[in-house]
Design a protein around this ligand. Sequence first.
Ligand code: BV8
Length: 245
Amino acid sequence: MDSATAAIGERLKRARSVVVLTGAGVSAESGIPTFRGPEGLWQQYKPEDLATPEAFQRDPRLVWQWYDWRRQKIARASPNPAHHALVQMERIVPEFALVTQNIDGLHRLAGSQRLIELHGCIWRMRCQAEKTVRENREVPLRIIPPRCDCGSLLRPDVVWFGEPLSVETQVQAFAVAESADVFLTVGTSALVQPAALLPAVARERGAFVVEINPTSTAITPFVDSHLQGQAGILLPKILSILSKD
Ligand code: BV8
């Protein structure tokens, strides 16, 4: 194991509070395309065409076809070693929080409990009129766009571009980032706000910030340590050090 990875494992051993921010890269090894990679989700579509309230207003059927296609892919995916390593880390570290930008539900499926889902979950739907939220795992959707019993359109219970994250979710996420001894940012291009602010806030408050990503990102110049590699390989290595007496 390279010394930088081992050093992160040793640092986690001494940490009281650890926060991990994840993005689509953590689910890449489960076979779910990332947003901005070569085979990325956005390659076929532009975010402003689909993941916005205006797009849904304009063409709810098209937006739901895209989400149905993603739900079908996600339904066939399983948590990978990165997800499992984070579940074990949560059980070892005294104060642990996992903040995810992902809507695929794989962290919860793997068993993560101390989980903050910044952008919602693709398996929940919300009535446009009543604002009631329900879980729906029907794959593929028989009726597109799906409707509530009240007759109104249902929408994915996710945060679209141009929509605010819930205040409660933001308060929780920034609170844990501010009190982190070590902050890991894993599998995210760190482009989407306000999630991408979290590593900077943690660093400002004195956290040791580690980035795990095969490539460099917008925040690579600002982190304390960049481990170049895949989450599904590096996180289990870090966990093996952390779990050693
Ligand atoms: C808001 C849900 C305000 C939907 C998503 C400044 C401040 C505030 C806002 C803005 C701002 N500047 C711009 C904005 C607007 C916008 C924004 O950030 N735009 C960006 C594009 C510039 N932000 C918003 O609109 C946010 N709302 O701020 O509201 C407001 C306030 C009051 C009133 C009204 C409005 C809402 C943003 C949420 C958008 N929703 N998802 C859906 O998924 O369908 S974001 C979407 O992008 C996903 O959640 C995704 O997770 C997220 C981030 O992408 P990444 O996860 O990083 O994925 P990406 O493909 O980019 O990168 C993957 C990385 O993994 C790569 O680096 C790759 O190298 C790496 N990788 C690949 N394989 C592996 C790997 N790493 C490790 N291991 C591997 N094996």
